[in-house]
Write a protein that binds this ligand. Structure first.
Ligand code: MLT
Length: 312
């Protein structure tokens, strides 16, 4: 009588498989990062962590899926700089691209490279720009849709050289790389996590890396500033998100597991081979991630507005 039902004992977390949704195709740069993170986080959490690819529409299909998932920490999103550009690029989305998520922690910042098919008629950035200006929209530039890093990098490049190319969208730069290798695509700007091995094997050409410093895994590749185009600078940060409403203690536990995963020697070694490094531990927290994400939304908003390229 008058006794309230005892609250159900809190379920331990995680109590089943955790799914990390990658909003791009398998075999591409986001997928590569996610699989390394999933494996290392799974060891720390004592549960299987699987990666599911939900590519398309520049990352918005996979992001929507997580924004609408049950907020219990078992469905997560691993996304990149597109989380900062999508709110400005899309006028209408079926989910809230900012308020729909709880940041868990930052993961890495990946340099980009301007790459071309093997027989592209240029060997330096200056020569490549001359070809772009001359052949313009006869050239096919691959990207992973509006909101992709390859899309943003293409915007910066076309603005820097004041020339438009024909853009060909893919569900991710994993499949786009196959088309570059086969010569059906001329140019692409993509993350070192997807291009390093193809550049070093000579399967594709590379003209510049889009960061201030050269990348250790591609020591002969000049920076865009060294190659004469300092405005062409961007790196692709990645972060982990839970759906809005995920309990803070679960987000905190996920962040701790992420911090451990980012120190995993296998992950660190593979990141290095692919031209990147994990962020410092104090950036893999919900607070640091949120602050960085909000600042990046503000940074890209006027650049995207000036480029005047929106999706509906
Ligand atoms: C991917 O994983 O396919 C990429 O991150 C695509 C991109 O953003 O360019």
């Amino acid at each position: 009588l008058g006794l309230a039902a005892a609250p159900a004992a809190a379920q331990p977390f995680p109590n089943r498989t955790v799914t990390i949704v990658v909003p791009f195709a398998a075999g591409g740069p986001t997928d590569t990062v996610a699989r390394l993170v999933a494996e290392a986080m799974g060891r720390e959490l004592g549960q299987t962590v699987v990666v599911e690819n939900a590519g398309g529409a520049g990352g918005t299909i996979g992001a929507q899926r997580v924004a609408q998932a049950r907020p219990d920490g078992h469905t997560l999103l691993l996304h990149h700089i597109g989380m900062a550009t999508t709110p400005s690029l899309y006028r209408r989305l079926a989910y809230d691209p900012i308020g729909g998520f709880e940041p868990v922690g930052l993961i890495t910042e990946v340099p980009m490279t301007l790459v071309a098919k093997k027989d592209f008629p240029a060997n330096t950035l200056a020569e490549a720009i001359a070809v772009i200006r001359q052949r313009r929209d006869a050239l096919n530039y691959a990207n992973a849709g509006i909101g992709a890093a390859s899309h943003l990098c293409g915007l910066l490049l076309m603005k820097a050289v004041d020339t438009a190319m024909t853009t060909v969208p893919f569900r991710g730069t994993g499949p786009a790389m196959q088309e570059l290798l086969s010569g059906r695509i001329d140019l692409m700007c993509d993350q070192t996590t997807n291009t390093t091995e193809q550049i070093n094997s000579g399967a594709i050409k590379a003209f510049a890396v889009t960061t201030r410093e050269r990348v250790a895994s591609l020591p002969n590749l000049p920076t865009s500033a060294e190659a004469g185009l300092p405005a062409f600078e961007v790196s692709v940060w990645h972060g982990l998100y839970a759906p809005k409403g995920t309990p803070a203690e679960i987000t905190r536990r996920l962040s701790q597991a992420l911090q451990v995963a980012l120190r995993d020697p296998r992950l660190v070694a593979r990141f290095a081979e692919l031209g990147t490094t994990p962020v410092a531990q104090d950036r893999a927290t919900p607070e640091a991630h949120r602050a960085f994400w909000m600042a990046d939304i503000a940074k890209w908003q006027p650049i995207i507005q000036a480029a005047g390229q929106y999706a509906d």
